[in-house]
Design a protein around this ligand. Sequence first.
Ligand code: PMP
Length: 380
Amino acid sequence: PAYFDHNATTPLSPAARAAWLRASDQHWHNASSLYREAGLTSQALEAAREQFADLLGVEPERVVFTSGATESNNTLFAGLSKCLPADGVVAISAIEHPSVREAARAWLGRGRVIEIPVNDQGVVQPEVLQGILQQHSPALVSLMAANNESGVLQPWEELLKICRESGARFHSDAAQWIGKQPADQLGTCDYLTGSAHKFGGPKGIGFLILADAEESFPLLHGGPQENSRRAGTENYPAIAAMVAALESATENIEAAQETQRQHRNAFEVEMESTFPGLRVISEKAPRLSNTSLLVMPRHDNLKWLTRLTRRGFAISTGSACSSGKEGSSVVVQALGASWEELKRVVRISSGPDTSAEDWQSLAVGFAEVGAELDAGGRPK
Ligand code: PMP
């Protein structure tokens, strides 16, 4: 059986598991309490913050630990809704994750969220962003570094520079970038958000990087934890596991990327030859090396998915956050696909342990399922 849904979530890495167990055994005390052991937990927590900050290239004072990217994105837009003037707007790309798009709309109101269109490869063009900055003067631009469905990478460094020139702040939802791409340059963004479970850490832990050490706009009110930026007893074991996961995911990242890219590309070549008319979304753009978003030439994605599941393969129909709703790929929709095409989208995403044989057997699985469906859909 092979797991091809790493963009939805990843298994806990051995380094993260070891760090979680160690932290749970040694530093389970409440970091806010006053006895010696609690002080040690608090020290360990601050050491973890420094290490995490270092891996992302930010100052530790900018790091707020949260329950994950969804909470972080909501905290950001809730905070902006309090500091922006009543007519202040934000601009987000047309292919943002729902936790950015829906959070921005909910906290600011639909009318204050400008959408930045993408080109036919799913990439935001600098001149398009420039036009939006001139016309609307958004206070913040939110652009995901890597897309969860197609894996498309935005030229965020160039787009960040354009935002700086116009005075707009820049947020990047880096949930899919971190652990798959080198992360130490990301700290140049004003705001960054992400989740540990996308890179081998546990679920229920993530982060929000704020623009500076002074900024504070808590979503959760209560105790003074996280420098009064996020109330609630700190989850030190999960934080320690997240840091260990990030460290281990970023070791030898270039070599890992290259191997995954070769396997993924070989799979796509084989799929294109087995299924004439198959479309690989964002094929011509820079993409995460583990991701393949396909529009099958025929048959609904749920038919492919259920038959591949029976053969032991876990794949997805676009993003996990919108699966269950047929034909709901935000990315393929933003590219102007028809309703009929949307129903044929499948997403495949590998992990560091996915082998060439796993990819090869998935291609064989698709060929067998295709023959079965063409023959009338009855399993042989
Ligand atoms: N942003 C992106 C790009 C994602 O892929 C995800 C997870 N699907 C999230 C945000 C939300 O992460 P979580 O569900 O861990 O809060």
